[in-house]
Write a protein that binds this ligand. Structure first.
Ligand SMILES: CC(=O)SCCNC(=O)CCNC(=O)[C@H](O)C(C)(C)COP(=O)(O)OP(=O)(O)OC[C@H]1O[C@@H](n2cnc3c(N)ncnc32)[C@H](O)[C@@H]1OP(=O)(O)O
Ligand SMILES: O=C([O-])CC(=O)C(=O)O
Length: 371
């Protein structure tokens, strides 16, 4: 038995949900470029969960169900108020809140297909209210009740900021949600599938996926990109800052990918939105800095930007706090995690690989007095 480090190149599941073939990303056979330009996030949710696009009535029904389930138990918000709000990371708060939502769902351990679909709706609806509610509570504000008739993307920004977003903001945020919704067998999705393959419940699957997404080698990179842009501060400082990092063999967040070689097809959409939004908000230097970093990394390391790089300046332009970038990734990716969880349940087998043992040979137990 020989281990493959990081399971690189190992095909560990069959899926009908999304594919990455020759650097092209598709959801159920629809090119991500096509979906980003044309679809709402709700349509993509339906597509991922049913492996087909909805008709008008089906979309209306899903939208209504998401609206009907958007409120969260007051206990979630009460719990937030007990946290050390000056220090807790929103991903930790989110991870705990999703677990707590499971505590309050009387169907949490009901494993029928119908019950799992009902839980899927509840989770997708409530996670937006949880993330925005946490952001308000830590600022000493009350959460804003959802206005689901706005649509998922607009309602999220409304609950976050307390005012209805402009059309360009809705367009950008909807695109970001569509782009982050699913990505084949990435680390957090694999985590979710491993978890539920024991026939554990949907809440456990999503909670463990959030834990995996939090790390800076995965979803946590978008917050780190923004941290880097803030540290650099101006276009003049880019060259020195990046060159020093490269000379020190440090990784530049938002670049590189385990699967893509030529480039991440999602990055170009976020780049366009970043250029538009940074101009509109009077911070075009943020975009110019991003482009300069991008050009240096491509030239010196031949590493293309991934989805996390330009999403940072997009979210910043939407007035979103930097440590909410990864929770927002989780809001979108919940749709993909759920699709994979449902697919796993539908054709389940325990996921239990082997490890190559590289420790000492057989040893005789020595009592503690003799050690
Ligand atoms: C949504 C997402 O999860 S997208 C990924 C988000 N993560 C990031 O942006 C973090 C920065 N990027 C990385 O750490 C990596 O590119 C990963 C984790 C995404 C992929 O990792 P792996 O496939 O394991 O590649 P690995 O880390 O082994 O890198 C291969 C080589 O490229 C280099 N490299 C990879 N990414 C970077 C980077 N961002 N900056 C500088 N060098 C890099 C590595 O140092 C390594 O060089 P070496 O062979 O000389 O040692
Ligand atoms: O696929 C991966 O390894 C990471 C990624 O880009 C994602 O999850 O969107």
């Amino acid at each position: 038995m020989t281990a493959t480090r990081g399971l690189e190149g190992i095909v560990a599941a069959e899926t009908k949900i999304s594919s990455i073939i020759d650097d092209t990303l598709t959801y159920v056979g629809y090119d991500i470029d096509d979906l980003t330009e044309n679809a709402t996030f709700e349509e993509v949710v339906y597509l991922l969960w049913h492996t087909r696009l909805p008709n008008k009535a089906e979309l209306a029904e899903l939208t209504q169900s998401l609206a009907d389930n958007a409120e969260v138990p007051q206990a979630i918000f009460d719990q937030f108020k007990t946290y050390p709000l000056d220090t807790v990371h929103p991903m930790a708060a989110l991870r705990s809140a999703i677990s707590l939502l499971g505590v309050y769902d009387s169907e949490a351990d009901e494993m029928s297909t119908e019950a799992n679909y009902r839980k899927a709706i509840r989770l997708q609806a409530k996670i937006a209210t949880v993330v925005t509610g946490f952001s308000r509570i830590r600022k000493g504000l009350e959460p804003i009740a959802p206005k689901p008739e706005l649509g998922y993307a607009a309602n999220f920004l409304y609950m976050l900021h307390g005012k209805e977003p402009a059309p360009i903001e809705i367009e950008a945020f909807n695109k970001a949600l569509v782009l982050h919704a699913d990505h084949e067998l990435n680390a957090s999705t694999f985590t979710a599938r491993v978890c539920v393959a024991t026939l554990s419940d949907v809440y456990s699957g999503i909670t463990s996926a959030i834990g995996a997404l939090k790390g800076p080698l995965h979803g946590g990179a978008n917050e780190q990109v923004m941290k880097m842009l803030s540290e650099i501060g101006s276009l003049d400082n880019v060259e020195n800052y990046i060159q020093t990092k490269l000379n020190n063999k440090e990784k530049i967040m938002g670049f590189g990918h385990r699967v893509y070689r030529k480039g991440d097809p999602r990055a170009k959409h976020l780049r366009v939105m970043s250029e538009k939004l940074t101009k509109l908000t009077g911070k075009p230097e943020l975009y110019d800095m991003s482009v300069k970093i991008h050009d240096m990394i491509v030239e010196q390391k031949n590493l293309p930007a991934n989805v996390d790089f330009f999403s940072a300046s997009v979210y910043d332009s939407l007035g979103i706090e930097h440590d909410l970038f990864t929770p927002i990734f989780a809001v979108s990716r919940t749709s993909g995690w759920i699709a994979h969880i449902l697919e796993q349940y539908a054709n389940n087998r325990l996921i239990r690989p082997r490890a190559e043992y590289v420790g000492p040979g057989m040893q005789k137990y020595v009592s503690i007095e003799e050690r």
